[in-house]
Design a binder for this molecule. Structure first.
Ligand code: OGA
Ligand code: MN
Length: 280
């Protein structure tokens, strides 16, 4: 293997980490190198990997605590902390929920008691073109807000539910209920949080899950959520990851929002393994 090295992929986000073989047990020095890189670069990509679900689970556990995935039907049968991100159902037909799922801007599960720290996708099959995942830099998005907006957000607490933000209502309207293993109530979280390592401020509002702010009328809140969503997803904050088979991509669930680009032919297979990691 070549020496370890970081190489930028996008202007805003996206960093390739070269010289790491994730199928081998990670020594503490390599692990520390990854953690350092990840603190600065919240979308980190390892190319040409070939991990089974068990190996992906082991890699994820280095960063925190695993959790059994809440969408029962997408859980991996042997490794329940690993789930499938797939557009193919059990019979080999197009899974339309899988095609549409998560194609609007969000961060994963901010409505859980303790929200996830990071998530990891490992591409197994990718469409012949497009089918990427997009990431928005919520540190840069915060920094570039004007002073009046920063002041307005300073005291605000967002309310996060399952899919009841403005984009959630649009995206999942009319979909059959998914088979979930638990019930969720909404969670209140400050609109501006700090990065766990660098302390940088992060805008923590997303149009899929954030459906209000404490003490604010719904109309005003929805207008603000949509406005912040548009601001944060301008091209200058966004990285489009074009998947290659073998990619292992980890992203920071606080510092970024993401979405499936939803721009590929749904009859082409798009299959990935996924694990989500919670703070220890
Ligand atoms: C995710 C996610 C979108 C996609 O894995 O959490 O939102 O289709 N993925 O790439
Ligand atoms: Mn997601």
């Amino acid at each position: 293997m070549t020496a370890r090295e970081l190489r930028p992929l996008g202007e805003a986000l996206g960093t390739e980490a070269l010289g790491v073989d994730l199928s081998k047990p990670l020594d503490s020095e390599t692990f520390a190198w990854i953690e350092d890189a990840f603190a600065q670069h919240p979308v980190l990509v390892f190319r040409d990997q070939d991990l089974g679900p068990g190996e992906l689970a082991v890699f994820g556990r280095r960063f925190g605590a695993p959790k059994i995935h809440s969408l029962v039907d997408y859980r991996h049968a042997e490794f329940p902390e690993v789930s499938w991100l797939t557009n193919v159902d059990k019979d080999g037909n197009t899974d339309w929920f899988g095609v549409k799922r998560a194609t609007d801007w969000h961060t994963d599960s901010p409505y859980e008691e303790v929200p996830p720290r990071l998530a990891i996708l490992h591409a197994k099959e990718v469409p012949s073109s497009k089918g990427g995942t997009m990431f928005a830099d919520m540190r840069g998005a915060y920094d570039s807000l004007d002073a009046a907006m920063k002041q307005r957000l300073a005291g605000l607490v967002g309310l996060h539910g399952r899919h009841d933000g403005p984009a959630g209502v649009r995206l999942y309207e009319g979909d059959p209920e998914q088979n979930l293993d638990r019930k969720y109530t909404e969670k209140a979280r400050p609109a501006v949080i700090r990065h766990r390592v660098t302390g940088r401020p992060i805008l923590f509002v997303n149009p899929l899950h954030t459906h209000g702010f404490e003490g604010m009328a719904k109309d005003e809140a929805w207008t603000l959520i949509e406005q912040l969503g548009e601001h944060s997803t301008q091209d200058r904050f966004v990285y489009y990851h074009a998947w290659r088979v073998g990619d292992v991509l980890m992203w920071d669930e606080q510092a970024t929002m993401h979405r499936g680009a939803g721009d590929y032919r749904p009859d082409e297979r798009r299959v990935m393994l996924r694990t989500i990691v919670y703070p220890n």
